[in-house]
Design a protein around this ligand. Sequence first.
Ligand SMILES: *Cc1c(COP(=O)(O)O)cnc(C)c1O
Length: 404
Amino acid sequence: MRNEENRIIQQSTKAVWSGEKEYRAHGATQVPVVHSVAYSYDDLDHWYDVAVGREKGHIYGRNTNPTVESFEQKIRDLEGAEAATSFSTGMAAISNSLSTFLTPGDRIVSMNDTYGGTNKIFSEFLPRMDIDVRLCETGNHEEIEKEVRKGCKILYLETPTNPTVKITDLERMVRAAREVGAMVFVDNTFATPINQNPLEYGVDLVIHSATKFLGGHADALGGAVCGSRDLVEKIFHYREINGATMDPMSAYLLLRGMKTLHLRLKQSCDSAMTIAHYLKNHELVDDVFYPGLKDHPGHDIAASQMKQFGGMLSFSMKGGMEAVRDFLPKLQYANRAANLGSVETTVGPARTTSHVENTPEERAALGIPESLVRYSVGIEDPDDLIADLEAAFDSLKETTVSKE
Ligand SMILES: *Cc1c(COP(=O)(O)O)cnc(C)c1O
């Protein structure tokens, strides 16, 4: 995005200003929440022209809404996309985008550790529609390339993944998809547009759960899809008819949250790096998953395609689920909740958060240890978070000692 003098506008400025001015009213400096479901027209010809899309305007809240459009413009500009549309949730963004393009007999290639809900769409719902779903080992680029070359309509990716933070090379995957004319969808929820812009690598559609880092305050659900005008219009049409519309109040809360996205993310990413190193050296920690660590298998790819390594990490504990059960309640500065990307640090075992829909056998097949703790780093002071972790680890040691 460039301004009138043709200067490139930075992400932080877009986070604050994109999608704002056009939707303000009465000289107010903030975008209003337009709760009205319908819009009134005295001139029937004008009404008709708006209804058929010949003139700008709004007809009915399931189709469009000014506050929601403002949200769509902000995420569109942050992803550097031609167009964006929005949804009631991230899962609605994913399911509507897939349903817009897939028809019975199609083939889709994806990977094992996509978000739990996405994985359910692949394993439960799409096969029922006679869609052939092929899930590859996450991070195994050769396997994905091989499956894509057999032909497919969509290559669906997520990077970094939930909860083991695995990385996939977007440029390489797009190259493979181009050979067979497949579309590439990327769930960019974990990275956010501040850390990664998949469209720059030739990806066709970028999908977000706005509920997480974009909103950042764990008080509004939402989803978004960004891409070319042609593709986004098709998805918008599917959504406006099927009705997974974003609520105007949510759009307002998400817009407000997005204005500080770059600042929140910088703090979370910096702290995550410090905390990952701390955990790596802790005797009660088995394994740490964070792409910022040099020994993480996706480190080099992450270093080249991401601007920061993200605010999400996970770790498995020695002592298994038993230790996790003792440890988590001791943390003072963490919500034990099925969420991530909020200003507050949020923790939870993968088996009760992202992958609660899966059986223990399925989780094992996905390479998710039962003692895996997902740690979404908030914007608190990192020293306070480390002190909090240290106190919880210390109390574990005490209980171990007193049991002996
Ligand atoms: C949470 C999440 C989703 C689903 O978003 P909702 O807003 O909860 O529907 C999809 N993908 C990823 C990576 C997520 O973390």
